[in-house]
Design a protein around this ligand. Structure first.
Ligand code: ZN
Length: 304
């Protein structure tokens, strides 16, 4: 028996039963530099773990070519400035480039005006490396969206945020500047929950096997498929791009493709959902960053 779990679902394109997307956050050693400043240069081992991204990104791109899929890569602005070749490689293969803070700073801890300044610096870095390509997606570093972030993102033309965990299906963040689509994920689908040991960043979990982490991802993905939801993996090349783990990822994604999941970049999913909201096929829940009670979107919804 299938139980009804979701109050609302999106009508996914064609005969797809759910939307699924792997987002890789390519953080490199941005956090090491931010956390330790000039002392970061002494932390050679910690840096080597973070810079494994340089090995893993080309490997992930090869896998995506083999599977015939396009996905999303999030880059902090500092990484775009220092590792432009990785951004170019992802873009050259037709993947979406989205943005992820400047140096992996916590958005809600920024002094007045600083969040805005860093956002503009990150956008400028992307424009420098990819002339004519304007990223439309955002994930706040460490899921640290501030109450100010939706306004700043809307004012700069972003079409979605992917920093929150407030639903199983997309919803709207509403502020005075307008509505921003939220594409939510959850810790279960974040690879740091299963694999990350980063003493230089004061974080560590008990490392799981690829089979164990894969079982968690698969349970989440299967549930999304049964109920018409959305599955977003929040992974990191230096964590999930290790050989044994990426082999498990390859199997998971091939199965997803063969079993009714729409594997697409987040921007494509956002455009589909925004279209469904605009023509009334999807009644999105509306959430206010300033903590007012949530409501639902209608053509005549009261704006703040
Ligand atoms: Zn990150």
């Amino acid at each position: 028996m299938t139980y009804t779990m979701l109050d609302r679902t999106v009508e996914w394109p064609g005969s797809y039963r759910c939307a699924a997307s792997v987002s890789f956050d390519v953080d490199l050693d941005s956090m090491l530099e931010l956390t330790h400043g000039s002392a970061a240069r002494k932390r050679v081992s910690g840096r080597s773990w973070l810079r494994y991204d340089e090995v893993a990104v080309p490997r992930i791109l090869r896998l995506y070519r083999d599977l015939g899929i396009k996905q999303t890569f999030f880059f902090p602005g500092w990484c775009i400035e220092n590792y432009g070749h990785l951004v170019e490689a992802c873009a050259a293969d037709g993947h979406e480039i989205a943005l992820h803070g400047y140096q992996h700073e916590v958005s809600y801890e920024q002094a007045p005006g600083e969040e805005e300044r860093l956002l503009d610096r990150t956008i400028a870095a992307a424009e420098q490396v990819l002339p004519g390509v304007r990223p439309v997606g955002w994930r706040a570093p460490l899921y640290s969206l501030s109450d100010n972030s939706p306004r700043l993102l809307i004012e700069r033309g972003f079409r979605y945020d992917a920093s929150l965990m407030g639903d199983d299906v997309p919803y709207l963040l509403r502020c005075a500047a307008g509505d921003l689509l939220e594409l939510p994920s959850e810790w279960a689908n974040d690879d740091w929950s299963h694999y990350a040991v980063a003493p230089d960043l004061d974080y560590s979990v008990q490392v799981q096997s690829p089979a164990s982490a894969g079982a968690v991802y698969r349970a989440e993905l299967d549930a999304a498929r049964r109920h018409g939801g959305l599955w977003i993996a929040v992974w990191h090349p230096n964590v999930s791009g290790r050989v044994a783990r990426l082999e498990a990822v390859a199997e998971l994604l091939a199965d997803a493709q063969n079993n009714g999941a729409w594997l697409a970049p987040l921007a494509e999913i956002a455009d589909h959902v925004n279209g469904c909201i605009a023509d009334g096929r999807f009644t999105a829940r509306v959430v206010y960053p300033d903590n007012k009670p949530s409501t639902v979107h209608t053509a005549t919804s009261e704006r703040v």
